[in-house]
Design a binder for this molecule. Sequence first.
Ligand SMILES: C[S@@+](CC[C@H](N)C(=O)[O-])C[C@H]1O[C@@H](n2cnc3c(N)ncnc32)[C@H](O)[C@@H]1O
Length: 190
Amino acid sequence: MVSDTSRWNEKYAAASLAPALRVEPLLDSHQQDIDALPEPRTALDVAAGTCHAAVYLAKRGLHATALDCSAVGLGLGEQLAEREGVAIKTTTADLTVTPLPTGPWSVICCFRYLDRNLFPQMAAGLAPGGLLFYRTFNVHHLNKATAFNPEYVLQPGELARQFSTLDVLSLSDGGDPGKNTSWIAARRPA
Ligand SMILES: C[S@@+](CC[C@H](N)C(=O)[O-])C[C@H]1O[C@@H](n2cnc3c(N)ncnc32)[C@H](O)[C@@H]1O
């Protein structure tokens, strides 16, 4: 069986550097919360791919680490960071066997990747007052993407349950069939 790492390395090897930084709306809509975090501000982009979120956070002045199993994707992310005039740290790791790097992190973000085993680590890895940003596909995605693996979609109400120890800043938790992703922005109580 082809491993996740080989599959994603192959995919990113066929890709080229993105023409522009892709701004994740969930981060952008909370930029004031991010900017108000106390120094030193650190960020972990989980399953970062080509590191757009890490680069966005580095541009806001955070010390950003991008973690992914694909060294090829992270390589594209390093090129993106250089073009955008910032430095990021990259870490290659398979999250099915390696825990998240120890925090505490001012920000942990994760987009379009679902491994429920990571949820407790994400909540625990935040500094007091730190921010979580998470968005991925939910069950409504299966209506159109019929070949998508149902194990990798969130159920309605799941994010609120999984991150019940955090204070919610914004939440869209699968209640609207018109939205094929669920997301949460939340703060660890100080
Ligand atoms: C759909 S992409 C999302 C990338 C990025 N977060 C984004 O939104 O553009 C999923 C990412 O998860 C990474 N990934 C898949 N399995 C992984 C694993 N076991 N450990 C670490 N990263 C993994 C892939 O390499 C890929 O970059």
